[in-house]
Design a protein around this ligand. Sequence first.
Ligand code: TRP
Length: 342
Amino acid sequence: MSTLMTPPTDDRPVILTGDRTTGPLHLGHYVGSLRNRVTLQHSHRQYLLLADAQALTDNAHDPAKVRRNVIEVALDYLAAGIDPSVTTICVQSALPALSDLTMLYLNFVTVARLERNPTIKDEIQVRGFGRDIPAGFLCYPVAQAADITAFKASVVPVGEDQAPMIEQTNEIVRRINRQVGRDVLPEARGLTPSIGRLPGVDGKAKMSKSQGNAISLSASDEEIAEAVHRMYTDPNHLRASDPGCVEGNVVFTYLDAFDSDREAVADLKAQYRRGGLGDVAVKRRLATVLREVLGPIRERRKSFECDPEYVLETLRSGTAQAREITAATHAEICAALGLFSL
Ligand code: TRP
């Protein structure tokens, strides 16, 4: 029997996704994407980007916050169950090929197209930029296209609000492929959770730290209890005996997202609709469920916090690996376009 000398080829689909390093992650991130990543890391070749360069596009006034949160988000990844022996975690600003690709791609995108991106439009409103939009901010969807294509990712687990970024990425991919005359880059598809977006505890559509309606992944039991206590329910459900509304009731939305006992949740919903189930009882159940989900995450985070050298080494080796992959893609695109080389 002859032994095969060639290394086994890895034909698993590639995942690339990431998070801006502007603050620790919360339950919205967990439901929107992180939970998917923990599940998919074994069946896919997964890369996670600590997107500090993108974070600067609307935080140029506070680089220290962006730097600090590189480690915070990395700790959240590890705590949530991302395993660095199968998932590569890397730091965006330490990957020059991503900037190189961004510069190239900017020539294949119009300013009008950038201004039409619905997520960018929303974010410009929310941030109150008015006419003073940082150019880096307007262009970040192109940088995100660079992130995704540099790893030749075909799957991008993200929340719903990121769908326009993937659409714009695929436009760039098709444009480059047409220019080159063959498919040098694969198109990517977004993977959004079936549960949709997790609302804030106040019932607002989006959970966000800056809105003060978030539960962080590292929340203590007391913080969980406090957040659940002030959670938005059915404003017309005044007495426990009144029939209540389940739709738009944040407590039930969260039970749908986190309670693994589907049957019990269905029973609770029926009882709530009929009347006879008080908010306090449903909230008590939710607080228990969230404590069970977040307890182990918080404990794991503590143990990684005690070992900063391990976390740093994980980022160093992940980034070194990512540097090779992204540089190779950049070189390949330059060659495919027929750019001058020495
Ligand atoms: N824009 C994403 C967010 O705000 C973060 C991000 C940066 C990203 N690069 C990416 C997501 C590439 C997916 C793919 O959370």
